[in-house]
Structures are given as C-alpha cells and as structure tokens.
Design a protein around this ligand. Structure first.
Ligand SMILES: Cc1ncc(COP(=O)(O)O)c(C=O)c1O
Length: 320
C-alpha cells in the first residue's frame, strides 16, 4: 500500500497511534515531548518504525480570528520555536522513530499571504540548523490556512504563494506538503434551509428557519458571515431581519441584519458552508444532523442520509 496519510492533532491517544501505525500512516505530525515519547512507546510495542515530523509553532501572527489562529506562543498547538531543535534531538534518539519532516499550520482563513511566507521563512531556518546537525528532512509541510471569500475578503493569490515558497525553498531537496481544507471545499457547499415564518419582534424582525447553529456553527462560534439568499427570489417587499434557528440560544443565528425578501415556506441558501459546516454539526437540542446532497454537473445524488431520532438515541442506556 502506498503511504499517503498524515496524522495531525494535538492530543493523539495510544489507540489512535496504534491504529495509524497499523494502517501504514505516512507521517505523524508530533506536537510535544510527551507525544514523541508516546509514539515511540507504541511503535516499540508493535515492533514498528513510526515516520514522524514535528509541528513547530513559528510564533507568527496569522491576523485571523483568535479562535482559528494556531501559530502564536499562547496557542496550544505545536512545539515552541525555541524548543524545536532540542525536541528534534530528543526524537532522533528514539529507536522506533524515523524523522522525515517538519510541519507548521499557523491558522485558518488567512486573507494575507505575508504570515504564511514568514512562517515558511522561519521554518526553513530550522531545516538548515537540523541539516547542520545531520538531521536531514525529506519534506516541509506548511499546513493549510488559505482563506476564501465569505463576504468581500481579498483572498491570497495562490500563484504568488507558490512563487514565494518556491523562491524560499530554493535548491534545498525538500518535498513540499500542503494541507488545504477550506480553500478546497468551503465555497463548494451551501446549506439549504426553509423559512418557518417571519416574526416581528419588539426591536427586530426575525426570519425563523429550520436550520440552526447545530448545522452551521460558524456564525455562533466566530460571529462569522455567510451570505444568505432566497433560492427563488420573490417580488415582495424586503425586510431587514436576523435569520435565526429554533435552538434555545440567543447565539443561534445564521445571519444578522440581513435585507431579504422571503416568507413562510421559502427556501434560503446559506453560502460557503462546505468547510466547517457539516463537519462541526452536532445534535444539540436533539436535532438530527442534515442530509447531504452532491450536485454533479446537471445531476445530483444523496451522499449522506438525514439522521433519525432512533439513530441519535441508539447509544442511550436505560438507568432503571
Ligand atoms: C493541522 C491542520 N492542517 C490543515 C487544516 C486545514 O486548514 P484550512 O481549512 O484553513 O486550510 C487544519 C484546520 O484546522 C489543521 O488543523
């Protein structure tokens, strides 16, 4: 089997490490000394060699929302830049680890290239310092992070990013690994929701819809903007309203102060829900997670069934 998969994550369990080793993982991106020791222990027990890299925290400000910024000293991710060489030396002494690379991921929804390029620069300084000690890396993994348009953002020019990284890597013999998430799928998905009714509150209008924060958590979590439009626009007077779900939280909104022409029964499209949408969905308020439909050219097909209440309850145990 060709090894392709990387295993990232700040707190890998022993069971997960064992599973990944047995599945032939391409590389573990390790994030701490205890994790280095844990992977060594599991690999030794299984009589295997684990291919590893260290996720280094380059301490670069990604200038994105604090909850999706991961490369600062205060963040839980990665090994501190100043500790990286020592951590590599420690990993190099472990008999069941094979050091193959270096990794960083400074955050998500970056709309400016400069932090990504700065992180690459800082990581390459470490690559050279390691080579000088005889620890020669095969790959450089720059993570994901490239932003997309939700509203009116300027998104990084991928060509410019590629050229900048190519120039920095220069003649070093390093395979480049990228981990794009949002920039591949974010704008490929929309959340479809139906208007239950329009409620005129004392101070605000509310378009109550049948989707909620459990289906798309980003607005509640980061105050994120998603464009919302009627699937079949109607010639009725528009109103300015908060577009909200039925969950028992004031934070359960999908859009605030939107001007939209819609009424009971209309379908609305919530754009850019392809990343961190269904994958962050939950059963809060005993809500079934949504079905997923793949639109392919002129056709479409169901790729995930709507969850049922029976499925939600299946793991509950009677306590009597
Ligand atoms: C380690 C790592 N790599 C890649 C990604 C994908 O990031 P993005 O969607 O910003 O491209 C994430 C997202 O959380 C991540 O944690």
């Amino acid at each position: 089997m060709r090894r392709k998969r990387f295993f990232s994550g700040v707190g890998k369990s022993e069971a997960e490490i064992e599973f990944a080793l047995n599945a032939g993982v391409k590389c573990f991106n390790m994030e701490s000394i205890p994790e280095i020791d844990r992977i060594q222990k599991v690999a030794e027990r299984l009589g295997k060699t684990a291919p590893v890299s260290l996720r280094v925290n380059p301490d670069v400000d990604a200038k994105t929302h604090p909850y999706i910024s991961t490369g600062l000293k205060a963040n839980k991710f990665g090994i501190a830049y100043a500790d990286a060489l020592e951590a590599y030396r420690h990993a190099a002494q472990q008999p069941n680890l094979k050091i193959v690379g270096i990794d960083c991921h400074i955050g998500s929804q970056l709309t400016d290239l400069s932090p990504l390029v700065e992180a690459c620069e800082r990581i390459l300084i470490l690559v050279d310092a390691l080579a000088a000690e005889g620890i020669v890396l095969e790959h450089l993994d720059l993570g994901g992070g490239v932003g997309i348009v939700y509203q009116d953002e300027n998104v990084p020019d991928l060509g410019a990013y590629a050229r900048a990284v190519q120039k920095l890597i220069g003649t070093r013999r390093l395979k480049l690994i990228l981990e794009p998430g949002r920039s591949l799928v974010g704008n490929a998905g929309s959340l479809l929701t139906r208007v239950e009714f329009v409620k005129h509150g004392e101070e605000k209008n509310f378009v109550m819809v049948d989707a909620a924060m459990n289906d798309l958590m980003r607005p509640a979590l980061y105050d994120a903007y998603h464009h919302i439009e009627a699937v079949e626009p109607k010639n009725i007077p528009p109103l300015t309203a908060n577009i909200v779900g039925p969950i028992c939280e004031t934070g359960d909104f999908l859009g605030k102060d939107r001007t939209i022409a819609c009424e009971e029964g209309d379908l609305l499209l919530i754009r850019s829900a392809g990343a961190y949408g269904a994958s962050m969905a939950s059963n809060y308020n005993a809500r079934n997670r949504a079905a997923e439909v793949l639109v392919d050219g002129g056709g479409y097909r169901l790729i995930r069934r709507r969850e049922t209440l029976e499925q939600q309850m299946a793991n509950e145990l009677a306590c009597l």
